[in-house]
Design a protein around this ligand. Structure first.
Ligand code: PMP
Length: 475
């Protein structure tokens, strides 16, 4: 790209589906990618044989690939592009900050305006008891940071025995060693002979898959009470914290029954166990509330954030500390944790611009009052009685569509992963990015999506799921 200094060139409106400017052919990109790039969570042999999809441009809720194909992004990138693609305000904020102060650290008694502004703004946007924030570069680092804070907190309380952190099977908390250990993805643990100590997992509140004949409410209570059993087994004096995503994202957009979180909170309070909400996906408007724990009506002690904090325009993560935790950390000497880029000025400036858009354009409110309810009702109407749809889970602009061999009896496919992949391939061919996790299809579009764009996503999803049913002989 050629552009002159002082001219913003990377937010050109894409007026139509014309092929975007690019420097190489798709075949050249694929060959170079295969030769030099190892992708996350990928079987590289298989990927290199098939060739990667090359995304070259995006605007609003749309993506374009290197062949000029236009797709609607039902996943907001990777659950993160909350304000949509191509917002000039964010590009301008980064540009200005890079000229003013591209980097300075926040160690050694130093700070800078963007990180100050961001912290003050987060204190405004998070619930009242959250007034202090620690910064990092990703959700995984956020959860590593959370562990460090939890252990330091209990040390300051003279309770050093409190070391165990209880998490959940099929939860996702990142891919650093601590994040992956906290997460309950067995396939990740298998590749990690060495894991972080003092982390144990209880079962997930996945009613459709594991609830049997129980009502959702009874099942939600039973799964929450596993926490109490685990705490009693370990000894409450040894248990430091419980961590959970308010709804499981990567695990399949699994929404817990309404009884689950109140019971989890009761148990944490009873045994003096810190409650951590991993809001990396749920935060910044996804459910129509600023934070997903507000939707579920509980109050965590620590909040992990990333993704929507900057809408993914630049990497940034953060941990929010409840006043009682913050006080203990602040008043008890040095906290030996930090990253070169903690509170990076460019990331902080972009985060501030992003949060102002979410607030001042009423984007979060629109998800709550308009587009969220619309999305949920169109999905439920469209798939009511569908031969292979077992449930629609979700609220606001996030949904999990459960594929099932027999929706009435909740019978799942024996080869659920293959069915999900088949459906996902139909989606891509039909111009929709919809993710598959096993036998659940996931949607989490940018929060700026309009009603007509929602109609487009849902009708494309319907076509793909119909095609899947047809191929399986179940339509
Ligand atoms: N926590 C949750 C709930 C997540 O969904 C993710 C990523 N999808 C992470 C943590 C890890 O974030 P990152 O990939 O930015 O390290």
């Amino acid at each position: 790209m050629n552009y002159r200094f002082g001219e913003s060139a990377f937010v050109q409106p894409v007026a139509s589906a014309q092929a975007p400017q690019q420097q190489r052919t798709t075949a050249e990109y694929r060959a170079l990618d295969a030769a030099h790039h190892i992708h996350p969570f990928s079987d590289m042999g298989a990927l290199n044989r098939a060739g990667s999809r090359v995304i070259v441009k995006a605007k609003g809720v749309y993506l374009w690939d290197s062949d000029g194909e236009k797709m609607i992004d039902g996943m907001a990138g990777l659950w993160c592009v909350n304000v949509g693609y191509g917002r000039r305000e964010l590009a301008d904020a980064a540009f200005r900050q890079m000229q003013e102060l591209p980097f300075y650290n926040t160690f050694f008694k130093t700070t800078h305006p963007p990180v100050i502004e961001l912290s003050a703004l987060l204190a405004e946007l998070t619930p009242a008891p959250f007034n202090h924030f620690f910064y990092c570069n990703s959700g995984s680092e956020g959860n590593d940071t959370v562990l460090r804070i939890v252990h330091q907190y209990w040390a300051t309380q003279g309770q050093k025995l409190k070391k165990f952190v209880i998490s959940r099977k099929n939860g996702y908390h990142g891919s650093t060693i601590a994040g992956a250990t906290l997460g309950g993805m067995g396939y990740m643990h298998e590749q990690m002979p060495s894991q972080v100590e003092h982390i144990v997992h209880i079962d997930q509140p996945y009613w459709f898959g594991e609830g049997g004949d129980m009502t959702p409410e009874a099942f939600g209570l039973a799964r929450a009470q596993q926490l109490e059993h685990e705490i009693l087994e370990l000894g409450p004096e040894n248990v430091a914290a419980f961590i959970g995503e308010p709804f499981q994202g990567a695990g399949g957009v699994i929404f817990p029954p309404s009884t689950y979180w109140p019971e989890i909170q009761r148990i944490c309070r009873k045994y003096d166990v810190l409650l951590i909400a991993d809001e990396v996906i749920g935060g910044f408007g996804r459910t129509g509330e600023w934070f997903a724990h507000q939707h579920f009506g509980f109050e965590p002690d620590l909040i992990t954030m990333a993704k929507g904090l900057t809408s993914g325009y630049v990497p940034m993560g953060a941990v929010g500390l409840h006043d009682r935790v913050a006080k203990a950390i602040i008043e008890n000497g040095e906290f030996n944790h930090g990253l070169t880029y903690s509170g990076h000025p460019v990331a902080a400036a972009v985060a501030v611009a992003n949060l102002k858009l979410l607030r001042d354009e009423g984007i979060v409110e629109r998800v709550k009052n308009d587009t969220g309810p619309y999305f949920q009702s169109v999905l439920r109407e469209t798939f009511a009685g569908h031969p292979i749809v077992g449930e629609i889970a979700g609220t606001g602009l996030v949904a999990g569509i459960q594929l099932a061999e027999d929706p009435k009896t909740k019978k799942r496919f024996a080869n659920g992963g293959d069915v999900g992949t088949l459906c996902r391939d139909f989606c891509f061919n039909g111009g929709l990015v919809m993710r598959a996790t096993g036998d659940r299809m996931l949607l989490s579009p940018p929060l700026v999506i309009t009603r007509s764009e929602i109609d487009e996503i849902v009708s494309k999803a319907k076509k793909a799921i119909d095609a899947t049913a047809l191929q399986l002989g179940l339509s």
